[in-house]
Write a protein that binds this ligand. Structure first.
Ligand SMILES: CC[C@@H](C(=O)O)C(=O)SCCNC(=O)CCNC(=O)[C@H](O)C(C)(C)COP(=O)(O)OP(=O)(O)OC[C@H]1O[C@@H](n2cnc3c(N)ncnc32)[C@H](O)[C@@H]1OP(=O)(O)O
Length: 263
């Protein structure tokens, strides 16, 4: 009841295990875990809740189902008819959620149980580490939709992998297979799906103390110059919002929506 009042939706689950690892699950597999506005609000709540656990050692985020980690923002809500101001208001809360993830006090790990597109790749990039399966495919497809990443995850990509690789991926908007994603350093590791599902049970991370994990995260944030994240991500959201009202983007969203089932 209390959770409902706080705005939780069942499409975002959170649990803490007794080893100090928190797990967020994007639970909307029938829509490839595409992110709605309500899910964005829930994400804020669960990230805050996870951070409030004194002994937390790591936080994972994964998707429900075997097909997708996340297909990005829900294009039925983030429709093409918004003007730049409206788009900014819709995009900005996810940027804030990604910033919270990026600055989370202990390491965050995206467990990529399937494909990721657009904002799905941004969520994964906001995490410190990314583990995927050999079958996964990944795409910062925003450029092919006439926009840029809209949640600040493109800006973070430049701090996660070599800048030329980041820029090439964003510009080209290609789908990368898991081997390419690992070669450019975006994926840290490839695991069988079954191992990914129970990653928390087998990871060495549980053998570290929360204090160790907080220190390692602090070092990483310093190395990445995380004090600049906010401004860089904000600029990206504004850029995406400005492009939202352009004809190219409207056409791309219309094209996607036309392929959807009528419900
Ligand atoms: C606004 C934020 C911005 C950012 O900052 O980056 C974005 O994220 S923009 C969105 C970027 N994402 C995409 O463009 C991906 C859109 N989806 C697809 O192209 C395809 O679904 C797929 C990922 C290539 C998978 O294709 P396929 O295997 O054929 O599955 P379906 O297309 O049938 O999808 C199943 C189901 O899920 C719905 N779906 C998928 N993605 C989204 C989405 N982004 N928003 C809303 N709904 C989505 C799809 O419509 C299907 O549902 P039904 O139509 O009810 O069957």
């Amino acid at each position: 009841m209390k959770k409902k009042e706080l705005g939780h939706v069942p499409e975002v689950e959170f649990r803490m295990d007794n080893q100090g690892i928190g797990r967020i699950v994007l639970n909307r597999p029938e829509k490839l875990n595409a992110i709605t506005k309500a899910m964005t609000r829930s994400l804020h709540h669960v990230i805050d809740e996870a951070a409030s656990f004194e002994g937390i050692k790591a936080l994972t985020i994964t998707g429900a189902g075997g097909k997708a980690f996340c297909a990005g923002g829900d294009l039925t809500e983030l429709h093409g008819n918004m003007n730049a101001e409206e788009a900014y208001l819709v995009l900005s809360p996810m940027k804030e959620a990604l910033l919270k993830l990026a600055r989370f006090p202990v390491p965050t790990i995206a467990l990529l149980n399937g494909q990721a597109r657009g904002g799905g790749c941004e969520i994964a990039t906001a995490c410190d580490f990314r583990y995927g399966t050999e079958e996964g495919t990944f795409g910062f497809v925003q450029a092919s939709l006439g926009i840029t990443p809209g949640w600040g995850g493109g800006a973070l990509l430049f701090r996660r992998i070599q800048p030329t690789y980041a820029s090439h991926w964003l510009t080209d908007a290609s789908m990368y297979d898991a081997f390419t994603a690992k070669r450019i350093g975006w994926l840290n590791n490839l695991l069988p799906q079954a191992s990914l599902q129970k990653w928390e049970e087998d990871t060495e991370f549980t053998n570290r103390s929360s204090s160790q994990m907080k220190w390692f995260k602090k070092q990483l944030l310093a190395a990445l110059r995380s004090e600049e994240f906010d401004q860089l991500m904000e600029e990206e959201v504004k850029q995406c919002a400005a492009l939202w009202e352009e004809e190219d983007h409207k056409r791309a969203v219309e094209k996607f929506l036309k392929t959807r089932k009528k419900s």
